[in-house]
Design a protein around this ligand. Structure first.
Ligand code: GLA
Length: 386
């Protein structure tokens, strides 16, 4: 982690020619369970991971906002006085979009001082680990502090979501930013996306001799296009047919009726969300009463539901999950928005090496791209590092 702080500080100096006044960081996240439930006002159970995005920042005397980063040579620049959601594009829409979104929560862009920001990240991009939320959350925390806005972490999560929805144009929910801002070491964030109440749920993987293995298929996805938005639209159709504000208002007892009044595709989308909400509640209860070794079947069932009902898996994710299950994982599922990205496999520590080899071999046999396989730990959320 201190490497990231050093890299961001050095990157800042070489991009802008002086030292930053502070360094903030925010983690990526992995979702243990509760997929495509957040924008349906349902339940999610993600945790912040030990991969972070670091933002080094110094305020300026004028109104310019400049962002540079380790992943591109481009330095994006905009005058705060003319910053709108439409004025930003490309990767810089994430950090600049956050500055814009803060104006809905008290920042006065007509008088706020400008800033130089340098971003360094070791959260893999496009892997379903929320590299975007990590950028948003680190920048939101930094600007909140230097602009003296005093916003809560729950509000900063909304700021990140607003940036992503309106500046980037991806119709995503509140899960990723909440996990990045509210995460705790060795614990998951159990979030009710209707009330936005969050509870910390200890995971106890280490004590149980378990590791959470990420299998990044290297199949890239983007949520500003296509499938994600169409799934969201199906959910809204389902809720409208029941005349309720969101699918959160339905339970498994409503599924018979859903099957009668909805077309088959919409019904299966609804069934995924409704049963997934129940699986999140069951996972939280199981973790508390029996510990992590007992949650495997819930993870497996979540994958089947996403594969068959929500139809957001891809062959690479299915192969990762099946191979992990056949090689010692207690439970496995694709994680994140789908259409690529990563799977997770909850695995006894002593079996991680064999599982890794098995997945690499299975991918090679199908001539799929080489997957990136690594272990993550539940880590602390966004913070000021220096
Ligand atoms: C993406 C979005 C989240 C959530 C997940 C699916 O990660 O950013 O808001 O909807 O997909 O659970």
């Amino acid at each position: 982690m201190s490497d990231g702080i050093e890299r961001a500080t050095e990157g800042f100096v070489s991009a802008f020619g002086s030292a930053p006044e502070g360094v903030w960081s925010a983690p990526g996240r992995v979702n243990l369970i509760g997929e495509h439930t957040d924008y349906n006002e349902g339940f999610v159970l993600p945790f912040a991971i030990d991969r972070r995005t670091v933002a080094a920042l110094a305020q300026r005397d004028d109104s310019l906002l400049r962002v540079a980063s380790s992943f591109t040579d481009e330095v994006a620049e905009i005058d705060l006085r003319s910053l709108t959601a439409d004025a930003v594009s490309g990767w810089s829409a994430y950090p600049l979009g956050v500055a814009w979104a803060l104006s809905a929560y008290g920042a006065d862009l007509a008088s706020a001082p400008g800033a130089d920001i340098y971003i360094d990240s070791d959260v893999p991009v496009g892997a379903g680990l929320s590299s975007s939320a990590a950028i948003e959350s680190s920048v939101a925390l930094a600007l909140d502090e230097v602009w003296e806005l005093g916003l809560s972490r729950e509000t900063l999560a909304k700021v990140g979501q607003k940036a992503e929805n309106e500046a980037v144009g991806a119709p995503t929910g509140i899960m990723d930013q909440s996990a990045s801002l509210l995460g705790r070491e060795d614990a998951a964030v159990f979030l009710d996306c209707r009330s936005l109440d969050a509870e910390v749920v200890p995971l106890g993987f280490r004590e149980a001799g378990l590791e959470l293995v990420i299998i990044d298929t290297n199949v890239k996805h983007e949520h500003s296009t296509g499938g994600y938005a169409s799934r969201r639209a199906s959910c809204e159709r389902g809720a409208a047919a029941f005349e309720v504000p969101s699918l959160r208002y339905l339970s498994v007892d409503d599924l018979d009726r859903a099957q009668q009044i909805l077309d088959d595709e919409t019904f299966r989308r609804v069934r995924h969300v409704v049963t997934e909400n129940q699986r999140v509640l069951d996972t939280v209860r199981t973790l508390r009463e029996q510990g992590p070794r007992a949650i495997g079947a819930l993870l497996d069932a979540s994958h089947v539901s996403m594969r068959d009902d929500f139809e957001i898996s891809v062959p690479e994710l299915d192969l990762a999950v099946e191979t992990a299950q056949a090689n010692g994982a207690i439970g496995a599922r694709m994680t994140g928005g789908g259409f690529g990205g990563a799977a997770i496999a909850l695995t006894p520590a002593e079996l991680v090496a064999d599982l890794t080899t098995a997945v690499v071999d299975a991918f090679a046999a199908k001539e799929y791209a080489v997957p990136a396989i690594f272990v993550v730990n539940a880590a602390e959320g966004a913070r000021r590092d220096r």
